[in-house]
Design a binder for this molecule. Structure first.
Ligand SMILES: C[S@@+](CC[C@H](N)C(=O)[O-])C[C@H]1O[C@@H](n2cnc3c(N)ncnc32)[C@H](O)[C@@H]1O
Length: 341
């Protein structure tokens, strides 16, 4: 049995834990004092690659404490760490992430650990064409040493010919879809789909078991999202249309209720005007309540948490049944789960 340190979106550890437990029936351990990491015991890393909630997979070789939290101590401890895979390799690189207060940077960790391992194993450092990627994370005074099995983060699983400037990670889309509690036969709508991350994720999970409708007010984005779906062989599972999320009742017949809305409205970082954003959130909520079935559910990710929460309270149409913060690229958007009042 091997021990893997897997990384996920900070704030979605419970989603990753459940996916691992359900799909792989593996033992999972959560950390209480730091986010975005889990420990999994498995014979091989192979099945972890097929999961939807993970970023990186690291086969753990050693964990130790840094009592003095200095680079000299780290250098000495790495020199005493045995990594058999480096005996057989021609080249290696060191990748590092650092969390907490330290007197050194992650680049310095990479340099000092690279030096220690090069002196010990006499192998070439190659940052691009390496045989083995040694991952060394320092979290507070804890150090994790392992072999990173993933080259690129697994959240980049979809091929995209159209990249939206404000796209979310597919792992976050997966988390939102889990929180939506989608059932077979449901109609799912993302009316502000951008490059299509949420509908693509939904199509890869549910295929034809549900109806997926995706739209955006920007014609170019709808075209781009459809292209992305085609590139991934998922276009047959998604209906694309130009949609104004503030007039949703225009696109759905009265009898044609939507069961789940999962979406990522603009945060206003690029659009600007707060007044317009406030109006968009309010009108979207009013319109969404008209097409969502009474037992329906809406999952929204939004960086403007306060503004969105006020819109929910003032429109008096939905109640927040769950709210959490996730970390994404240094930003901390909130995920809201809403049900009709
Ligand atoms: C944050 S982006 C969505 C990004 C998307 N989740 C992705 O991963 O690519 C928000 C999108 O909302 C769209 N939008 C803004 N106002 C809209 C409206 N009234 N109706 C529909 N879409 C709208 C924008 O064109 C933009 O593509």
């Amino acid at each position: 049995m091997k021990r893997f340190l897997v990384t996920c979106d900070p704030g979605l550890e419970d989603i990753a834990e459940e996916e691992i437990r359900k799909k792989l029936k593996a033992k999972v351990k959560r950390f209480f004092n730091f986010q975005g990491k889990l420990l999994v015991d498995l014979k091989s890393s192979k099945k972890l690659f097929a999961l939807h909630s993970l970023h990186h997979i690291i086969e753990l070789k050693k964990t130790f404490f840094l009592r003095k939290k200095t680079l000299d101590e780290l250098y000495e401890k790495i020199k005493r760490t045995n990594i058999d895979e480096l005996e057989k390799a021609d080249s290696f690189r060191v990748t590092s992430k650092r969390f907490g207060q330290h007197s050194f940077t992650s680049i310095q960790i990479q340099n000092i650990c690279g030096k220690a391992l090069q002196e010990k194993y006499k192998k070439k450092v190659d940052l691009k064409n390496f045989d083995v990627n040694i991952r060394i994370d320092v979290v507070g005074n804890l150090c994790f040493v392992g072999i990173q099995h993933t080259r690129e983060s697994l959240y980049k699983r979809f091929k995209k010919s159209f990249n939206h400037p404000a796209a979310i990670k597919s792992t976050i889309a997966y988390g939102m879809l889990c929180l939506a509690g989608i059932k077979k036969g449901n109609t799912l709508l993302d009316p502000m789909c951008g490059s299509g991350t949420i509908p693509l994720e939904a199509a890869s999970l549910f295929k034809d078991k549900i109806r997926i409708v995706a739209g955006d007010i920007n014609k170019e984005y709808v075209k781009g999202a459809e292209e992305n779906a085609k590139l991934n062989g998922l276009e047959k599972f998604i209906e694309f249309k130009m949609i104004d999320a503030t007039k949703l009742e225009k696109y759905f017949e009265k009898a044609e209720k939507v069961d789940r809305i999962v979406t990522n409205p603009p945060y206003g970082i690029k659009i600007g005007k707060r007044k317009n954003l406030r109006k968009l959130y309010r009108n979207f909520l009013v319109s969404a309540s008209k097409i969502l079935s009474d037992s329906g559910r809406m999952v929204v990710i939004n960086l403007r948490a306060e503004m969105f929460r006020i819109a929910v309270i003032r429109t008096k149409l939905f109640k927040v049944i769950h709210e959490r913060v996730v970390e994404s690229g240094g930003l901390y958007p909130h995920i809201f789960v809403l049900e009709k009042i």
